[in-house]
Design a protein around this ligand. Structure first.
Ligand SMILES: [Zn+2]
Length: 250
């Protein structure tokens, strides 16, 4: 049986109710990637956030980040700015998966670039910038990841189950079908991912659950997915929405 919007909401609600019955409080968070400038899509993202009154972590690409973006976010105190690499450029050899912070370059060089990005975001966004690194394509070489505190970056966020190390908080659901339509991967796919992720947490794993979105590629179907997700989760009594500093232990 295929899942539609209503049955997706029912599956999600059922898991949250179950968590509530067992006294489990689920931590949810929302990360959106690839911002550099204001846009109608960013306005829509911020309006959705405001409507449901949940925190939003916006991963901004330092190289192209504009003063106009800083001005647009100045009136959005519930939005934290995270560092999305440096330029979102791929440096891996041909045939390998894309990565900006991978092992295709010496770690010293990658870290110098990250230091520059951190300075740029601090300068543009002030305290709104939080020292959390979001690697482009969610990929980072282990030696670079270990050394990011040397350039003032405390937190790290990628995709998939986190390794339990301090200051590392990941995302788990990306609703975009990147390899095919670049639109919504579908209610079936989203329901299956969420059910498995929440069952793991109801069974005792305290890892926060992260939604990952990309406002610049959202079509109507993707916007509708985010809306339904927030309709169910934003006010559910079993769900808490910690802010970025709490999540990452900053
Ligand atoms: Zn990205």
């Amino acid at each position: 049986m295929s899942t539609d919007e209503a049955s997706f909401a029912a599956i999600l609600t059922d898991r949250l109710d179950k968590a509530g019955e067992t006294g489990t409080r689920l931590s949810f968070w929302w990360r959106d990637d690839d911002a550099v400038a204001p846009s109608p899509a960013l306005d829509r993202l911020l309006a959705l956030r405001a409507r449901f009154d949940v925190p939003l972590a916006l991963a901004v690409i330092p190289e192209g980040a504009t003063q106009a973006l800083a001005e647009r976010l100045a009136s959005e105190p519930a939005v934290a700015v995270l560092q999305h690499g440096w330029a979102h450029a791929n440096h891996q050899p041909a045939g390998e998966k894309n990565a900006e912070l991978g092992n295709g370059r010496p770690a010293d060089k990658v870290l110098a670039e990250l230091a520059r990005g951190r300075e740029r975001l601090s300068g543009l966004f002030g305290d709104r910038f939080r020292p959390v690194l979001v690697p482009p394509w969610n990929r980072i070489a282990a030696d670079v990841a270990d050394r990011i505190p040397q350039v003032g970056l405390t937190g790290l966020s990628t995709f998939a189950r986190a390794d339990g190390r301090p200051h590392r908080v990941n995302t788990h659901l990306d609703p975009v079908a990147w390899k095919t339509t670049r639109s919504f991967a579908g209610w079936d796919d989203a329901a299956a991912t969420i059910a498995a992720e929440l069952d793991r947490r109801i069974a005792g794993d305290a890892e926060p659950f992260g939604l990952l979105t990309h406002h610049l590629v959202h079509d109507a179907a993707l916007w509708r997915f985010v809306e339904v997700f927030l309709e169910v989760t934003a006010r559910h009594p079993a769900v808490t929405w910690p802010d970025t500093d709490t999540l990452f232990g900053l």
